[in-house]
Design a binder for this molecule. Structure first.
Ligand code: SAM
Length: 296
């Protein structure tokens, strides 16, 4: 562990990984002091600056490696001076799998849905549906407020037998919830092939039928409920296509939108349908609009 200036943090981190350390984390060396300078970025996007004025670089070394040699190798490779001071501490062995798993407890949504990691018992509560889901490579474990908002909408508003489109399906959590709550044919779409595969795997593990595809696979597929939990900018770009996917009389549900972005997103969708804030949670909103019945 050592401190370094902003200009060196990323280069030294990369060089340490090249030199053979197991992991590197960079923290604000001024954390908790008056000099602390928080870095903000829109969730899901990198902040513009990726290091602080003074950075604490913490590297995890494999057993038996010489820390002085690793640091010297990393500095030589990156052409940077060796830090004047560094510290070493033992990391006691632990059951890391159990420790990681203990951070993921079952999540309840609206008294209707449980998201349950596979290492937990499914809660025995009549009238609820349970989704088996482990944290994986695709976004969507139910812990994020935007996922929670969309799940709550499904729990309260989904009409039985509805065709559902989960656009930006990630882990498939919304599509799986929809099916378990009584949806009819359900499709998940994602730009990320890993998310498409996750949705297929998670649907199978939950015993529900969902067709998961990349965006261009089902161009004309329309639904009674279209949900898209992405971010405000892509949602604005996707407006014509998403609105076209909603059947007459159907619902459009958007999240991934911050409270302060709601009006701007609603204005972009206004030519197709009126969007209003359905619910808010931790600074995020869920927008809802219904397409007039009787159109084409
Ligand atoms: C915030 S995650 C939402 C995952 C899940 N639906 C949920 O509610 O937790 C957004 C997902 O949208 C996908 N995505 C982003 N832009 C997209 C686009 N233009 N078309 C389709 N999917 C997109 C991302 O790959 C990611 O899986």
């Amino acid at each position: 562990m050592f401190d370094c200036p902003e200009s060196e943090a990323e280069t030294l981190s990369d060089a340490l990984l090249e030199a053979g350390v197991l992991s590197v984390s960079v923290e604000d060396a001024d954390l908790g002091t008056e000099a602390e300078r928080p870095l903000f970025g829109e969730p899901g996007l990198e902040p513009e600056t990726r290091a602080w004025a003074r950075n604490r670089v913490v590297a995890l070394l494999p057993d038996g490696e010489d820390p002085a040699q690793l640091l010297a190798d990393a500095c030589a490779a990156s052409g940077l001076p060796e830090p004047a001071q560094w510290a070493l501490r033992d990391v006691p062995d632990a059951d890391w799998v159990r420790l990681t798993q203990s951070q993921f407890e079952p999540i309840a949504v609206d008294g209707r849905i449980w998201i349950v990691p596979t290492w937990h018992e499914v809660p025995d509560e009549p009238g609820t549906v349970s989704i088996r889901l482990d944290p994986g490579l695709a976004f969507g474990t139910g812990s994020h407020p935007t996922t929670h908002l969309c799940l709550a909408w499904l729990a309260r508003q989904l009409r039985p037998g509805s065709r559902v489109l989960d656009y930006g399906c990630g882990s498939g959590i919304l599509a799986i919830a929809a099916r378990k709550l009584g949806a009819g044919p359900t499709v998940g779409v994602d730009i990320d092939p890993q998310a498409v595969q996750s949705t297929r795997d998670n649907a199978r593990a939950n015993g529900v039928e969902i067709q998961a595809e990349l965006p261009d696979a089902l161009p004309g597929w329309r639904a009674d409920a279209v949900l898209a939990n992405i971010l405000s900018n892509p949602l604005k770009v996707l407006a014509p296509m998403l609105c076209d996917r909603v059947l007459p009389g159907g619902d459009l549900v958007l999240s991934g939108v911050l409270e302060r972005q709601a009006d701007e997103v609603a204005a972009v969708y206004a030519p197709w349908l009126p969007l209003t804030v359905w619910q808010a949670r931790d600074g995020w909103v869920c927008l809802h609009g219904r397409r007039p019945a009787g159109g084409s």
